[in-house]
Design a protein around this ligand. Structure first.
Ligand code: NAP
Length: 246
């Protein structure tokens, strides 16, 4: 087990990639805090899967875009677990549409969750990590943050900002033995892509060299590596997992 005894906070772990990461981390021995925003039933399902597999997890509601909520979540869990060793900033939203159809509210919502959420959660857990001089932060970015996507301009910009945040914070925290990395997935089979029709998805697959979507489990296995001691000399990196697309 690669994460035995570690405490991991995973944001947006009620479904999709976050859920897969929570389940894989628990299989590797981590104690898992399953954050969710709205869908308690789905978060409870993540917790139940982990418990059925013999692991330990709790669900905690919190909107990552609200700093006071994030601080309250961390203040609730740190005394209970003693520490947080791993933070996965996974919670995120996408928005597909023409740039000219996007308004200020759309922009603010995407940046508030995708970037400010990463800022809020990182700041909240770092007090504890800096005291311990140890920790790993993993940000779930996107390949579009590297190369940009038509009709996802603001989403791409938010993930590009997450990439820059990752590289900069990793350098700042390296002397404190805290690693910060990002995973940049390609198209992963989750609810986020349920907006696409079957025909759209077939067309997308034709553009992926591996000719299929990725799975949450595949992303989760990379997250386990980045959270574990096996990646001890890796920090400030953006690691693609996209079937060869970018
Ligand atoms: P998803 O299936 O739509 O799940 C999104 C998760 O984020 C849910 O657990 C949701 O919680 C949570 N969330 C949303 N807003 C939140 C908030 N304000 N506070 C806390 N949690 C919030 O999405 P996904 O596909 O797994 O995506 C996860 C991450 O991977 C995102 O950052 C996304 O940008 C990134 N990504 C996804 C893909 C892809 O193709 N799927 C590709 C590249 C990158 P509730 O259920 O409680 O609302």
């Amino acid at each position: 087990m690669k994460l035995i005894g570690k405490v991991a906070l995973i944001t947006g772990a009620s479904k999709g990639i976050g859920k897969s990461i929570a389940v894989e981390f628990a299989k590797e021995g981590a104690l898992v805090i399953v954050n969710y925003c709205k869908d308690k039933e789905a978060a409870d399902d993540t917790v139940n899967i982990i418990r059925q597999n013999g692991g330990y997890a709790i669900a905690v509601k919190c909107d990552v875009s609200v700093l006071s909520d994030v601080n309250a979540m961390v203040e609730e869990v740190v005394p209970r677990f003693g520490e947080i060793n791993i933070l996965v900033n996974n919670a995120g939203i996408s928005h597909i549409g023409l740039f000219m159809d996007m308004n200020e509210t759309d922009f603010d919502k995407i940046f508030d969750i995708n970037l400010k959420g990463v800022f809020n959660c990182s700041k909240a857990v770092l007090k504890n990590m800096l005291d311990k001089k140890s920790g790993s932060i993993i940000n779930i970015s996107s390949m579009w943050g590297n190369v940009g996507a038509s009709c996802e301009v603001v989403y791409s910009a938010s993930k590009g900002a997450v990439n820059a945040f990752t590289k900069a914070l990793g350098k700042e925290l390296a002397p404190s033995n805290i690693r910060v990395n990002a995973i940049a997935p390609g198209v992963i089979d989750t609810q986020m892509n349920k907006c696409f029709s079957d025909d759209d998805l077939e067309n997308i697959k034709q553009e992926i060299p591996m000719m299929r979507l990725g799975t949450g489990e595949e992303v989760a296995k990379l997250a386990v590596f980045l959270a574990s001691d096996e990646s001890n000399y890796i920090t400030s990196q953006i690691i693609n997992i996209d079937g060869g697309m970018c």
